[in-house]
Structure formats: C-alpha cells, structure tokens
Design a protein. Structure first.
Length: 177
C-alpha cells in the first residue's frame, strides 16, 4: 500500500512537471519572438541612422551652396552700389565741364528697337558712340574718362554669352574678384 501511495505521488509530481515544462516552452517561444522583433527593430534603426547621415550630408552641402550664394549676393549688391555711384557721377559730368554743349545739342537720337536683338558687339559699339557724343568735342579731361570707360566696356569678355557654357561658369566669371 505504501508503494501505491508513493507511485501516485510520483505520478502527480510528473504531471506537475509536464505542465510546468509546457508553460516554460510557451514563455520561451514568446521570448524568441520578442528577440526576433527586437533584432528587426535594431535593423530598421540602423537603416534610419544611415538615411539621417545621408540627409545631414546633403544638408551640409546645401548650406555651403547657400553660403556661396549669399556671398555672391553681397558682392552683387556692392557692385550695384558702385555702379549707381558711377552712374550718378557720370550724370554730373556735363555740369562739371562748362565747355560742354547745352543739353538740347547733346541729345543723341536713339535708333528704334529692331525686331531682333542686336549682337553684343553692336550694342557695345552703339553705347560707345552715345558716350562719346555725350562727352562732346570740348569735354577736355572728361573725355579721357569717357575713353577709359569705353575701353573697359569693349574689352569685357563676359559681355558676350557663350552658348555652350553653363550659367554657373558665367556667374563665376561675373563675380570673380
């Protein structure tokens, strides 16, 4: 009889051990699934970090281009100011030279605009003629200023657009110091 009681206690303990093993297997299965999900999340995080690094590099490049553009804008504004000063000073030239002809005699008739735009060289030549006519024959020392302006304008290689050059190369030529 003692043997029978011991066998039943042993069977009861074996049933409890099997139940505990089944519960442990379920928990281990959930843990493995969580581990796989965690590995997938780490992989996605690594890819997102790579994309963030690439976006940061492109942002830095855009920032450098922005700085370059800002420098060009500042330089263009300086040049605009200088040109306005030169234009204002150029408008004062006839007043400084008493030998200059009256305003009515100095007027140069401008040709009517053509149907097609003239070549840059033709425009420069007509501009040079108008400047010479404005300076007048008795301008004296002011005539040397006009001649220097005409030489500088006609010698400017950037005044003509070369069809096969990029806009950036033309901007570099324009803003070169």
């Amino acid at each position: 009889m003692i043997g029978l009681v011991m066998d039943s206690v042993l069977m009861l303990l074996l049933v409890c051990a099997v139940g505990f093993g089944v519960r442990l297997e379920r928990r281990l299965k959930v843990l493995r699934e969580g581990q796989l999900a965690f590995a997938g999340a780490v992989t996605e995080l690594n890819e997102a970090a790579g994309r963030a690094e690439a976006a940061l590099a492109s942002l830095r490049a855009a920032g450098q281009e922005t700085d370059l553009l800002h420098d060009r804008i500042v330089r263009a504004r300086e040049l605009k100011g200088e040109l306005e000063k030169l234009i204002a000073r150029g408008g004062d030239l006839p007043e400084r030279h008493p030998a200059a002809p009256p305003a009515a005699a100095r007027r140069v008739e401008r040709p009517a605009p053509a149907a097609t735009s003239p070549e840059p060289a033709d425009r420069m030549a007509s501009l040079a003629q108008r400047i010479q006519a404005l300076a007048g024959p008795g301008a004296g020392a002011g005539r040397d200023d006009v001649a220097a302006i005409v030489r500088a304008m006609t010698a400017n290689p950037v005044s003509e657009r070369i069809p096969n050059r990029t806009v950036r190369a033309q901007d570099d030529d324009l803003f070169a110091a």
